[in-house]
Design a protein around this ligand. Structure first.
Ligand SMILES: *[C@@H]1O[C@H](CO)[C@@H](O)[C@H](O)[C@H]1NC(C)=O
Ligand SMILES: *[C@@H]1O[C@H](CO)[C@@H](O)[C@H](O)[C@H]1NC(C)=O
Ligand SMILES: *[C@@H]1O[C@H](CO)[C@@H](O)[C@H](O)[C@H]1NC(C)=O
Ligand SMILES: *[C@@H]1O[C@H](CO)[C@@H](O)[C@H](O)[C@H]1NC(C)=O
Ligand SMILES: *[C@@H]1O[C@H](CO)[C@@H](O)[C@H](O)[C@H]1NC(C)=O
Ligand SMILES: *[C@@H]1O[C@H](CO)[C@@H](O)[C@H](O)[C@H]1NC(C)=O
Ligand SMILES: *[C@@H]1O[C@H](CO)[C@@H](O)[C@H](O)[C@H]1NC(C)=O
Ligand SMILES: *[C@@H]1O[C@H](CO)[C@@H](O)[C@H](O)[C@H]1NC(C)=O
Length: 907
């Protein structure tokens, strides 16, 4: 106490004394902290905290040493007078480790901010000693287990932010935290029912338990939280109705309960009860009734998302009053269809919504014509979708004034009239779906102006006339469906320009004539090609063999003739091939038996001669050969006559055989001796030092890497992974920009992962694999082992960042818009080619074992490269159970997170 009296005036001393008495009452186990050497306790506690951090990629804790007082350590703030730690702030530092119980001894602590690190393990119960604690921020870590009930002793807590961890409960004892303002637990592992005591946290303003496994009904008690600004219960399994009392919390701005099993209807006065509403997210439930007109009063509404419920009746909301509206997502209900056919008139009032971005009214019962006033919709609009309704009338000209609009989805309606030439104005259009309507007339040639177009569906209409040759100008077009119309004339050769990226083309069931232009060989990406049920004639172009990506080729019911060109031997990926009902002649080529065909239909042609027996021909249920009168041989089940080769032919054949054998024997001897000669020469050369192989995999020293990364500076930090951190660096000698992965050798398995990665990447090269430039295995300045890998640098980071721009608070509708469809396609193709190479293109098949968006890296041009081979295995190794059990937990040949990549196309 003497020491204290030197430091503090009398009044402060009293308060300190009081605090000390109180703390000893409430938390008897922190006696030590209450003695005069409290600063020593803090010092020790901080050192213990540091000791539990096993990896500190940004070196923030290097300042935590004895050369400075702990109050000056980075991330530590002390009280000005008492020099005790009040704030511990180390957020977003990439720290890996666990939380030390010693933190509980920092008895003056008011704030702990450790969000966005990789802290794992449990939250120590000792945190309950921190009776002054107001803020506990542990967002985005890997904490697990139960939240200790002792936290209820931290009675001053205002912010408890534990989202995106693996925590399992909200202990009842927290009911005592009457000052709590923020309680965020989204994306954890909460199960069971939502405890009603939450309703007693009377100061609560922000509450989220979105993305958990909670169920049962939503407790009425939540209605007592009359200061609430944001409530997030989305993506759980809540059932029953939304308790009416919740609508009495007039302060609510964000109301998010999507993705549950909620029933009932919205109160008709919801917009009056919740006048501050900004986001109403109720999609993916079983809600019914009409959309309350009173929402017109919620003038701050930005997101109205009611998709996939059972809402019905006409939409009568006066959107003109909702000037801030950004999302209107009403897809998948039973809206409209009430009789007066003016169901879509509300669109007119949306001219005032100048921030509108997404408007999806698809899969409802809207009846009537599209109003011309669509022209007045905001230029910020990204999606206009009214598919699968009962829309009739023409396409309003106003639609083509939306020159910034990328997606128009109007399929499956009763729209009639022609496609106006004005369509060429939609320069930004990427997707246009007008299929399954009643459009007639010609396709305007201005369609060639749609230079951004990726996907066009005009199938199942009554379109006529020629296919405009200007289609070839749509350089970005990947998917094209024109089937089930009455298009005539021949397929223009400009339709297949050299620059074409087309992946899927469906022209079937039209009246097309003429032959397939040889330019079809330009379509290297073509995967599906459907031209069945036309009147095409001529031969199969030899160039078709260049479309080596083809899997589905349907040419049924045309007048195609001639023999099967030998060039088709390169269509090795073909899975389904229908050439039935044509005039093909000649032999069935044996190469078809080498393909992985699962369906082959050659029926009703004039094929003749021997039927192969290999591959698809061995399975009678996969092939159809009927209606070819002169076939023979094949497998027995086909019941074809046996083939007879006449004697003169046989004799000739025998002669040819003898000649061939003799020639090959002679040339064999020649080749053998030549290659032996070369081999001996090569052996001699190999013994000279510094062979080519070594050079391509030269090594770098620790010093050089240190220099390249500016001493592993924070500015160069790119990210941390399971076995280490990655830095950007510039190599001194040639100025090359590289990414350096520094292995954290304390992490179990890191050494093995280093070896695995070296072994794999040393030997393979592919456009879509990250290239390893060199490695470093050395000793750092402290005498520790140091291992690093140096790769080419990928400026656009990893795919995960693009797919999940971490949405912070609430579960938002699953729409990700940062990558265009074309980019997603290209990335998917890149990843697939890399995998194909790894599996089939290498000497020994390589299994990556950790394929996920985080390991797909994007270069300057958004070309995807697979990286991180730390868990990769050679297939032969996998079949050996002893060797395969080593690194990590992977034990299967498959990939751990295949679902992740499907996110690419989740919209
Ligand atoms: C703790 O405080 C005492 C006296 O106030 C001082 O002598 C000592 O150096 C302090 N220790 C630390 C680590 O600050
Ligand atoms: C100790 O911390 C000081 C800053 O407080 C820093 O300048 C110094 O480099 C650190 N020493 C070591 C060995 O990390
Ligand atoms: C998380 O921390 C990393 C650095 O460790 C930083 O680059 C990133 O921006 C942070 N993310 C968020 C959401 O704070
Ligand atoms: C601080 O906390 C730890 C663990 O919770 C405990 O073992 C230690 O005795 C406490 N007191 C001091 C003065 O460090
Ligand atoms: C909550 O507070 C009440 C009185 O304020 C006290 O009696 C009770 O023990 C406390 N409960 C917990 C779990 O801290
Ligand atoms: C909530 O508070 C009320 C009134 O103070 C009390 O009766 C009730 O037991 C509390 N509920 C819980 C679960 O703590
Ligand atoms: C969701 O809740 C229902 C009962 O309301 C239950 O039958 C079902 O199993 C739950 N589903 C999950 C995934 O927990
Ligand atoms: C909502 O509040 C009003 C006025 O305070 C009250 O009359 C009504 O009963 C409350 N509704 C519910 C469902 O609690």
């Amino acid at each position: 106490m003497r020491r204290l009296s030197v430091l503090f005036p009398f009044s402060v001393k009293c308060i300190v004394l009081l605090l000390i008495m109180r703390s000893s009452l409430e938390a008897p186990s922190i006696d030590a902290a209450t003695t005069g050497s409290g600063n020593e306790t803090d010092h020790l506690a901080l050192l213990e905290f540091k000791a539990k951090i096993v990896h500190d990629p940004q070196n923030v804790m290097s300042s935590w040493n004895d050369s400075a007082h702990f109050c000056n350590w980075e991330g530590v703030t002390c009280g000005r007078k008492h020099k005790r730690v009040t704030i511990l702030n180390l957020q977003s530092q990439g720290l890996v480790g666990s939380l030390s119980p010693y933190i509980g001894n920092l008895s003056f602590l008011r704030e702990i901010r450790l969000r966005n690190n990789t802290l794992s393990g449990k939250i120590p119960a000792e945190f309950g000693h921190l009776f002054r604690l107001q803020v506990l921020e542990l967002f985005f870590n890997q904490l697990e287990g139960k939240i200790p009930s002792h936290l209820s002793l931290c009675s001053k807590l205002r912010v408890l932010d534990m989202g995106f961890n693996k925590l399992e409960n909200i202990p009842t004892e927290l009911t005592n935290l009457s000052m709590l303002i923020e309680l965020r637990m989204q994306s954890n592992r909460l199960t069971g029912a939502l405890p009603p005591f939450i309703g007693n946290l009377s100061s609560l303003e922000d509450f989220s338990v979105a993305i958990n496994f909670l169920g049962g009904s939503i407790p009425d008690a939540l209605g007592q939280l009359n200061r609430m600004l944001a409530i997030g219960l989305g993506e759980n399994n809540f059932s029953g109705i939304i308790p009416p009392v919740i609508y009495n919390i007039s302060s609510i701005r964000i109301f998010s309960m999507n993705g549950n099993s909620l029933h009932g209807s919205l109160p008709s006065d919801v917009g009056i009860l919740l006048p501050h509403l900004q986001q109403l997210q109720l999609h993916d439930n079983y809600l019914s009734g009409s959309i309350p007109v009173s929402l017109s009063n919620a003038s701050k509404l930005q997101q109205l998302s009611l998709a996939r419920n059972n809402f019905n009746a006409n939409v009568l909301v006066q959107f003109g009053l909702l000037k801030q509206l950004q999302w209107l997502i009403l897809q998948g209900n039973s809206l409209g269809g009430q009789g007066d056919h003016g169901d879509l008139n509300f669109i007119t009032s949306m001219a005032n919504c100048s921030s509108l971005q997404y408007m999806d009214l698809s899969f409802n019962h809207f009846t009537g014509a599209l109003p011309t006033s669509v022209a007045n919709l905001s230029s910020t609009l990204r999606l206009f979708a009214v598919a699968s309704n009962r829309i009739y009338g023409n396409l309003p000209l106003g639609l083509f004034d939306l020159v910034n609009l990328p997606r128009i989805i109007l399929q499956n309606n009763q729209i009639t009239g022609t496609i106006p030439a004005e369509i060429g104005k939609l320069q930004k259009l990427e997707e246009l779906f007008l299929d399954r309507n009643r459009l007639f007339g010609e396709i305007p040639s201005s369609i060639g102006n749609l230079s951004s177009l990726i996907s066009l569906q005009l199938d199942d209409n009554k379109l006529e006339g020629n296919i405009p040759s200007s289609f070839g100008n749509c350089h970005n077009l990947l998917f094209l469906r024109l089937s089930r119309n009455t298009l005539s004339g021949s397929i223009p050769k400009q339709f297949f320009p050299a620059s074409s990226k087309l992946v899927s083309v469906d022209l079937s069931r039209n009246h097309l004539i003429g032959s397939l232009p040889p330019e079809i060989g330009n379509l290297f990406n073509l995967n599906e090609f459907y031209i069945s049920y036309n009147k095409l004639s001529g031969n199969i172009p030899v160039n078709l063999g260049r479309c080596s990506s083809l899997e589905f080729l349907f040419m049924r019911s045309n007048n195609i003739q001639g023999t099967m060109p030998m060039s088709l031997i390169s269509l090795k990926g073909l899975r389904q091939f229908d050439l039935s009902q044509n005039n093909m002649s000649g032999q069935i080529p044996t190469y078809l038996g080498k393909f992985a065909l699962e369906y082959l239909n050659l029926s009703f042609n004039n094929f003749e001669g021997e039927v192969p027996t290999e591959g698809v021909f061995a399975n009678v249920s996969s092939i159809s050969l009927e209606g070819n009168k002169r076939l023979c041989g094949g497998i027995q089940e086909l019941q074809l006559p046996r083939c007879i080769i006449d004697e003169s032919k046989k004799r000739k054949l025998r002669l040819v055989k003898i000649v061939v054998i003799t020639i090959s024997c002679i040339s064999g001897v020649l080749i053998l001796s030549a290659s032996l000669y070369c081999w001996f020469k090569k052996q001699k050369r190999k013994q000279s030092p510094g062979s080519v192989e070594m050079k391509s995999f030269r090594k770098l020293s620790y010093q050089r890497i240190l220099k390249a990364t500016d001493g592993f500076s924070t500015a160069n930090f790119l990210g941390a992974g399971r076995f280490g951190s990655v830095y950007k660096g510039t190599l001194e000698e040639d100025g090359a920009i590289v990414a350096v992965k520094v292995l954290n050798l304390q992490q179990r398995g890191a050494e093995k992962s280093f070896m695995a990665e070296c072994k794999v990447l040393q030997n393979i090269r592919h456009r879509n694999l990250v290239r390893i430039m060199t490695s470093c295995s050395s000793i750092d300045f402290q005498g520790n082992d140091f291992k690093a890998l140096v790769y080419e640098y990928m400026p656009n980071g990893n795919l995960s960042k693009w797919l999940h721009p971490r949405s912070e608070i609430y579960a938002e509708p699953a729409e990700q818009w940062s990558l265009s469809l074309l980019q997603r396609m290209n990335i998917a193709i890149d990843v697939a080619s890399a995998l194909d190479y790894l599996h089939h293109g290498c000497q020994k098949p390589i299994i990556h074992c950790d394929l996920k968006p985080g390991n797909v890296l994007l270069d300057d041009d958004m070309v995807a490269h697979i990286g991180d081979f730390g868990l990769a295995k050679f297939l032969s190794q996998l079949t050996n159970p002893i060797q395969s059990s080593s690194v990590g937990v992977r034990g299967t040949v498959g990939y751990a997170a295949p679902g992740n990549l499907t996110l690419l196309f989740d919209t």
